[in-house]
Ligand binder design. Structure first.
Ligand code: NDP
Length: 275
Protein backbone atom coordinates (compact mmCIF):
# COMPACT_ATOMS: atom_id res chain seq x y z
CA UNK A 1 0.00 0.00 0.00
CA UNK A 2 1.56 3.32 -1.02
CA UNK A 3 0.47 6.32 1.01
CA UNK A 4 0.52 9.53 -1.06
CA UNK A 5 2.98 12.23 -0.04
CA UNK A 6 1.97 15.86 0.35
CA UNK A 7 4.63 18.41 -0.46
CA UNK A 8 4.95 21.18 2.14
CA UNK A 9 5.87 24.84 1.63
CA UNK A 10 9.41 24.19 2.90
CA UNK A 11 10.07 21.48 0.29
CA UNK A 12 9.68 18.50 2.66
CA UNK A 13 7.06 15.78 2.06
CA UNK A 14 4.66 14.21 4.56
CA UNK A 15 2.73 10.91 4.21
CA UNK A 16 -0.94 11.86 3.95
CA UNK A 17 -2.05 9.10 6.33
CA UNK A 18 -0.56 8.21 9.69
CA UNK A 19 -1.40 7.10 13.22
CA UNK A 20 -2.34 9.48 16.04
CA UNK A 21 -1.64 8.42 19.61
CA UNK A 22 -3.72 10.86 21.66
CA UNK A 23 -5.38 8.90 24.51
CA UNK A 24 -3.26 5.82 23.85
CA UNK A 25 -2.08 4.83 27.33
CA UNK A 26 1.68 4.81 27.72
CA UNK A 27 1.42 1.13 28.67
CA UNK A 28 -0.15 0.28 25.32
CA UNK A 29 1.69 2.69 23.06
CA UNK A 30 4.71 0.57 22.16
CA UNK A 31 2.45 -2.30 21.07
CA UNK A 32 0.08 -0.07 19.10
CA UNK A 33 2.87 1.83 17.29
CA UNK A 34 4.75 -1.42 16.60
CA UNK A 35 1.62 -2.98 15.09
CA UNK A 36 1.01 0.13 12.99
CA UNK A 37 4.59 0.03 11.68
CA UNK A 38 4.16 -3.66 10.82
CA UNK A 39 0.98 -2.86 8.90
CA UNK A 40 2.83 -0.20 6.92
CA UNK A 41 2.20 3.10 8.72
CA UNK A 42 5.25 5.37 8.56
CA UNK A 43 3.82 8.56 10.05
CA UNK A 44 3.17 8.93 13.80
CA UNK A 45 1.61 11.97 15.48
CA UNK A 46 2.35 12.38 19.18
CA UNK A 47 2.75 15.29 21.64
CA UNK A 48 4.44 15.97 24.94
CA UNK A 49 1.03 16.18 26.65
CA UNK A 50 0.04 12.67 25.45
CA UNK A 51 2.62 11.27 27.87
CA UNK A 52 3.76 8.56 25.44
CA UNK A 53 6.71 9.99 23.50
CA UNK A 54 9.11 7.59 25.19
CA UNK A 55 7.01 4.58 24.18
CA UNK A 56 6.68 5.88 20.60
CA UNK A 57 10.48 6.12 20.55
CA UNK A 58 10.85 2.55 21.81
CA UNK A 59 8.59 1.21 19.06
CA UNK A 60 10.59 3.15 16.45
CA UNK A 61 13.89 1.81 17.75
CA UNK A 62 12.58 -1.77 17.91
CA UNK A 63 11.21 -1.61 14.36
CA UNK A 64 14.61 -1.31 12.71
CA UNK A 65 12.99 0.87 10.03
CA UNK A 66 15.49 3.42 8.68
CA UNK A 67 14.88 6.83 10.23
CA UNK A 68 14.48 8.48 6.83
CA UNK A 69 11.49 6.24 6.05
CA UNK A 70 9.60 7.48 9.11
CA UNK A 71 7.73 10.72 9.69
CA UNK A 72 7.49 11.74 13.35
CA UNK A 73 5.56 14.71 14.70
CA UNK A 74 5.49 16.00 18.25
CA UNK A 75 4.15 19.20 19.82
CA UNK A 76 5.12 21.87 22.31
CA UNK A 77 2.54 22.17 25.08
CA UNK A 78 0.99 25.34 26.40
CA UNK A 79 2.98 25.74 29.61
CA UNK A 80 6.23 25.39 27.64
CA UNK A 81 5.49 28.43 25.49
CA UNK A 82 7.93 31.34 25.70
CA UNK A 83 11.53 31.98 24.69
CA UNK A 84 12.98 30.67 27.95
CA UNK A 85 11.19 27.33 28.00
CA UNK A 86 10.41 26.30 24.42
CA UNK A 87 13.92 25.20 23.50
CA UNK A 88 14.20 23.06 26.63
CA UNK A 89 10.79 21.49 25.97
CA UNK A 90 11.97 20.54 22.47
CA UNK A 91 15.18 18.96 23.79
CA UNK A 92 13.22 16.92 26.32
CA UNK A 93 10.81 15.69 23.65
CA UNK A 94 13.76 14.59 21.49
CA UNK A 95 15.30 12.83 24.52
CA UNK A 96 12.07 10.99 25.27
CA UNK A 97 11.65 10.00 21.63
CA UNK A 98 15.35 9.07 21.53
CA UNK A 99 15.66 10.83 18.19
CA UNK A 100 18.12 13.37 16.84
CA UNK A 101 15.44 15.22 14.93
CA UNK A 102 11.71 15.28 14.38
CA UNK A 103 10.10 15.70 11.00
CA UNK A 104 7.53 18.15 12.31
CA UNK A 105 7.34 20.23 15.50
CA UNK A 106 4.09 22.05 16.27
CA UNK A 107 2.89 24.65 18.76
CA UNK A 108 -0.04 22.68 20.19
CA UNK A 109 -2.46 25.55 20.97
CA UNK A 110 -2.20 29.31 20.39
CA UNK A 111 -3.31 30.21 23.96
CA UNK A 112 -3.96 33.85 23.03
CA UNK A 113 -4.39 34.81 26.69
CA UNK A 114 -0.74 33.91 27.30
CA UNK A 115 0.31 35.96 24.27
CA UNK A 116 3.48 33.92 23.82
CA UNK A 117 2.96 32.18 20.52
CA UNK A 118 4.83 34.75 18.43
CA UNK A 119 8.00 34.53 20.52
CA UNK A 120 7.59 30.76 20.74
CA UNK A 121 7.41 30.62 16.94
CA UNK A 122 10.75 32.47 16.81
CA UNK A 123 12.26 29.58 18.78
CA UNK A 124 10.76 27.06 16.34
CA UNK A 125 12.31 29.02 13.47
CA UNK A 126 15.72 28.54 15.10
CA UNK A 127 15.06 24.84 15.70
CA UNK A 128 14.30 24.43 12.02
CA UNK A 129 17.49 26.26 11.08
CA UNK A 130 19.43 23.88 13.35
CA UNK A 131 18.09 20.95 11.29
CA UNK A 132 16.57 19.18 14.27
CA UNK A 133 12.98 20.05 13.30
CA UNK A 134 12.75 19.48 9.57
CA UNK A 135 9.40 21.25 9.33
CA UNK A 136 7.65 23.55 11.79
CA UNK A 137 3.98 24.30 12.16
CA UNK A 138 1.12 25.11 14.45
CA UNK A 139 -2.01 23.48 15.74
CA UNK A 140 -5.43 24.90 16.56
CA UNK A 141 -4.48 28.26 15.07
CA UNK A 142 -7.41 30.29 13.69
CA UNK A 143 -7.05 33.01 11.03
CA UNK A 144 -6.13 35.78 13.49
CA UNK A 145 -3.36 33.67 15.03
CA UNK A 146 -1.98 32.70 11.62
CA UNK A 147 -2.17 36.31 10.46
CA UNK A 148 -0.01 37.46 13.39
CA UNK A 149 2.67 34.93 12.50
CA UNK A 150 2.54 36.06 8.88
CA UNK A 151 2.85 39.69 9.94
CA UNK A 152 5.43 39.40 12.70
CA UNK A 153 7.73 36.47 11.88
CA UNK A 154 9.79 35.17 8.97
CA UNK A 155 8.79 31.54 8.34
CA UNK A 156 5.27 30.65 7.17
CA UNK A 157 4.09 27.57 9.09
CA UNK A 158 4.20 24.43 6.96
CA UNK A 159 1.09 23.02 8.62
CA UNK A 160 -1.91 23.96 10.74
CA UNK A 161 -3.32 20.91 12.56
CA UNK A 162 -6.97 21.64 13.35
CA UNK A 163 -10.11 19.83 14.42
CA UNK A 164 -11.72 18.75 11.16
CA UNK A 165 -14.37 16.12 10.47
CA UNK A 166 -17.73 16.17 8.65
CA UNK A 167 -19.62 18.06 11.42
CA UNK A 168 -16.88 20.67 11.84
CA UNK A 169 -14.93 21.47 8.70
CA UNK A 170 -13.61 24.95 9.49
CA UNK A 171 -13.88 26.15 5.88
CA UNK A 172 -12.63 29.68 6.59
CA UNK A 173 -9.46 28.60 8.44
CA UNK A 174 -8.82 25.98 5.78
CA UNK A 175 -9.24 28.46 2.92
CA UNK A 176 -7.04 31.03 4.68
CA UNK A 177 -4.31 28.47 5.34
CA UNK A 178 -4.37 27.16 1.79
CA UNK A 179 -4.19 30.68 0.37
CA UNK A 180 -0.93 31.08 2.28
CA UNK A 181 0.53 27.70 1.35
CA UNK A 182 -0.12 26.14 4.78
CA UNK A 183 -1.18 22.46 4.61
CA UNK A 184 -4.07 21.30 6.79
CA UNK A 185 -3.95 18.29 9.10
CA UNK A 186 -7.35 17.07 10.34
CA UNK A 187 -7.33 16.08 13.98
CA UNK A 188 -10.23 14.00 15.23
CA UNK A 189 -10.87 12.87 11.64
CA UNK A 190 -13.50 10.39 12.86
CA UNK A 191 -15.05 12.95 15.20
CA UNK A 192 -13.22 11.30 18.11
CA UNK A 193 -16.20 8.94 18.43
CA UNK A 194 -18.07 11.80 20.14
CA UNK A 195 -21.08 11.75 17.79
CA UNK A 196 -22.50 8.87 15.75
CA UNK A 197 -20.66 9.90 12.57
CA UNK A 198 -20.14 6.32 11.44
CA UNK A 199 -23.88 5.57 11.76
CA UNK A 200 -25.12 8.53 9.72
CA UNK A 201 -27.29 7.17 6.84
CA UNK A 202 -25.40 9.28 4.24
CA UNK A 203 -22.10 7.67 5.27
CA UNK A 204 -23.49 4.15 5.69
CA UNK A 205 -25.05 4.11 2.23
CA UNK A 206 -21.85 5.36 0.55
CA UNK A 207 -19.90 2.70 2.45
CA UNK A 208 -22.28 -0.02 1.22
CA UNK A 209 -21.95 1.18 -2.36
CA UNK A 210 -18.16 0.77 -2.21
CA UNK A 211 -18.00 -2.35 -0.03
CA UNK A 212 -16.02 -0.32 2.51
CA UNK A 213 -16.63 0.57 6.16
CA UNK A 214 -18.05 3.94 7.25
CA UNK A 215 -14.68 4.85 8.82
CA UNK A 216 -12.92 4.12 5.53
CA UNK A 217 -15.39 6.36 3.70
CA UNK A 218 -14.80 9.25 6.10
CA UNK A 219 -11.02 8.86 5.87
CA UNK A 220 -11.27 8.70 2.09
CA UNK A 221 -13.28 11.96 2.13
CA UNK A 222 -10.40 13.62 4.03
CA UNK A 223 -7.80 12.19 1.66
CA UNK A 224 -9.66 13.38 -1.46
CA UNK A 225 -9.81 16.90 -0.01
CA UNK A 226 -6.05 16.90 0.33
CA UNK A 227 -5.93 17.05 4.12
CA UNK A 228 -3.50 14.96 6.15
CA UNK A 229 -5.03 12.46 8.62
CA UNK A 230 -3.83 10.20 11.43
CA UNK A 231 -6.82 8.36 12.94
CA UNK A 232 -6.21 6.83 16.34
CA UNK A 233 -7.02 3.23 17.20
CA UNK A 234 -5.58 0.80 19.68
CA UNK A 235 -7.17 -2.19 17.88
CA UNK A 236 -5.13 -3.99 15.27
CA UNK A 237 -8.11 -4.73 13.01
CA UNK A 238 -8.99 -1.03 12.93
CA UNK A 239 -5.37 -0.05 12.26
CA UNK A 240 -5.57 -2.32 9.21
CA UNK A 241 -8.98 -0.94 8.20
CA UNK A 242 -7.95 2.70 8.55
CA UNK A 243 -4.85 2.12 6.41
CA UNK A 244 -6.83 0.48 3.61
CA UNK A 245 -8.31 3.56 1.96
CA UNK A 246 -6.41 3.83 -1.30
CA UNK A 247 -8.23 1.30 -3.50
CA UNK A 248 -11.47 3.19 -4.06
CA UNK A 249 -12.62 6.67 -4.92
CA UNK A 250 -15.63 8.72 -3.86
CA UNK A 251 -17.55 10.44 -6.64
CA UNK A 252 -17.98 14.20 -6.69
CA UNK A 253 -21.57 13.68 -5.48
CA UNK A 254 -20.49 11.40 -2.62
CA UNK A 255 -17.82 13.91 -1.52
CA UNK A 256 -20.43 16.67 -1.61
CA UNK A 257 -22.95 14.61 0.40
CA UNK A 258 -20.40 14.20 3.21
CA UNK A 259 -19.37 17.86 3.03
CA UNK A 260 -23.08 18.66 3.38
CA UNK A 261 -23.07 17.16 6.89
CA UNK A 262 -21.39 20.29 8.33
CA UNK A 263 -22.98 21.37 11.62
CA UNK A 264 -20.42 23.80 12.99
CA UNK A 265 -20.06 21.34 15.83
CA UNK A 266 -16.72 21.52 17.56
CA UNK A 267 -16.14 18.41 19.73
CA UNK A 268 -12.79 19.52 21.18
CA UNK A 269 -11.36 22.62 22.83
CA UNK A 270 -11.90 26.19 21.61
CA UNK A 271 -8.62 27.66 20.34
CA UNK A 272 -9.57 31.13 21.57
CA UNK A 273 -9.97 30.02 25.15
CA UNK A 274 -7.94 26.79 25.57
CA UNK A 275 -5.07 27.72 27.86
P1 NDP B 1 -10.24 10.12 15.95
O1 NDP B 1 -11.21 10.93 15.18
O2 NDP B 1 -9.07 9.52 15.28
O3 NDP B 1 -11.13 9.01 16.65
C1 NDP B 1 -10.59 8.03 17.48
C2 NDP B 1 -11.78 7.20 17.99
O4 NDP B 1 -12.35 6.48 16.89
C3 NDP B 1 -11.36 6.19 19.02
O5 NDP B 1 -12.42 6.10 19.94
C4 NDP B 1 -11.21 4.89 18.21
O6 NDP B 1 -11.49 3.80 19.06
C5 NDP B 1 -12.29 5.07 17.16
N1 NDP B 1 -11.96 4.43 15.88
C6 NDP B 1 -10.76 4.41 15.24
N2 NDP B 1 -10.83 3.72 14.09
C7 NDP B 1 -12.10 3.28 13.98
C8 NDP B 1 -12.79 2.51 13.01
N3 NDP B 1 -12.18 2.05 11.92
N4 NDP B 1 -14.10 2.24 13.22
C9 NDP B 1 -14.73 2.70 14.33
N5 NDP B 1 -14.14 3.44 15.28
C10 NDP B 1 -12.82 3.73 15.11
O7 NDP B 1 -9.78 11.01 17.21
P2 NDP B 1 -8.39 11.49 17.80
O8 NDP B 1 -8.70 12.52 18.79
O9 NDP B 1 -7.56 10.37 18.26
O10 NDP B 1 -7.67 12.19 16.55
C11 NDP B 1 -6.62 11.59 15.81
C12 NDP B 1 -5.30 12.18 16.21
O11 NDP B 1 -5.29 13.60 16.04
C13 NDP B 1 -4.94 12.01 17.68
O12 NDP B 1 -4.60 10.71 18.04
C14 NDP B 1 -3.82 13.01 17.81
O13 NDP B 1 -2.63 12.51 17.23
C15 NDP B 1 -4.39 14.17 16.98
N6 NDP B 1 -5.12 15.16 17.82
C16 NDP B 1 -4.58 16.42 17.91
C17 NDP B 1 -5.18 17.38 18.66
C18 NDP B 1 -4.59 18.73 18.73
O14 NDP B 1 -5.04 19.55 19.55
N7 NDP B 1 -3.61 19.04 17.93
C19 NDP B 1 -6.42 17.11 19.44
C20 NDP B 1 -6.91 15.76 19.27
C21 NDP B 1 -6.28 14.84 18.47
P3 NDP B 1 -10.46 2.55 19.29
O15 NDP B 1 -9.13 3.10 19.73
O16 NDP B 1 -11.13 1.75 20.36
O17 NDP B 1 -10.39 1.85 17.98
Amino acid sequence: MTVPLIRLNDGASIPQLGLGVFRVDAGETERVVSEALEIGYRHIDTAKIYGNEEEVGRAIAASGIPRDELYITTKLYNDDQGRATARDAFERSLDRLDLERVDLYLIHWPCPARDLYVETWRVLEQLQQSGRATSIGVSNFLEAHLQRLLDETDVVPAIDQIELHPYHQQPSVTAFARAHGIAIESWGPLGQGKYPLLELPEIVSIARAHGKSPAQVVLRWHIQQGTIVFPKSTRRERLVENFDVFDFELSVEEQAAITGLERGGRVGGDPNTAS
